[in-house]
Design a protein around this ligand. Structure first.
Ligand code: ATP
Ligand code: MG
Length: 146
């Protein structure tokens, strides 16, 4: 059976590297990529996301979902550019790490590939809170990409 790889994406450069890594792996193993984004209300004045779009404070749930759609769409384009033929996308509402793990269990994914860090500011930390929590909670193999 074809393998399913979950790549959680937040629009950050490390997540982009995770997509490139996972897409290359998928290409060589005839696997499908499942790109998942969980919208998070922005905490700063402005947060840059993949594709040049930006999100601001007081963003409504509908706006967050629209931004989420553009994040997974940009990720899917990148994966296809890397030669990965089979890509699915999903935008889910909730706590990012818990949602990512729930989708992984629900879809019985073979592996989760994510960035070590994301859009957060604490650059001195090795792992961000989402990648840390997912690695602890998930039953499947977790790969973090720097
Ligand atoms: P923190 O959020 O704790 O300040 P950070 O933003 O640097 O730190 P994480 O949020 O843990 O680090 O990001 C690590 C990886 O987790 C990202 O590269 C991405 O793969 C995934 N990720 C982070 N946030 C989300 C999200 N909201 N939806 C989907 N995937 C996410
Ligand atoms: Mg983060």
């Amino acid at each position: 059976m074809s393998k399913l790889i979950l790549v959680p994406v937040d629009g950050s450069d490390p997540a982009k590297k995770a997509i490139e890594f996972a897409a290359d792996w998928a290409k060589h193993h005839d696997a499908t990529l499942l790109l998942v984004h969980v919208p998070e209300p922005p905490v700063g004045d402005e947060v840059m996301v993949m594709g040049g779009a930006s999100i601001y404070m007081h963003t409504t749930p509908d706006e967050l979902r629209t931004i989420g759609d553009s994040i997974v769409k940009a990720g899917a384009e990148l994966a296809r550019e890397q030669g990965c033929k089979s890509v699915e996308t999903l935008v889910e509402i909730g706590d990012p790490a818990r949602k990512i793990v729930a989708v992984a269990e629900d879809r019985k994914v073979d592996m989760i590939v994510m960035g070590t860090r994301g859009l957060g500011d604490w650059k001195s930390l090795l792992l961000g809170s989402v990648s840390h929590k997912v690695t602890h909670l998930a039953d499947c193999t977790c790969v973090t990409v720097r």
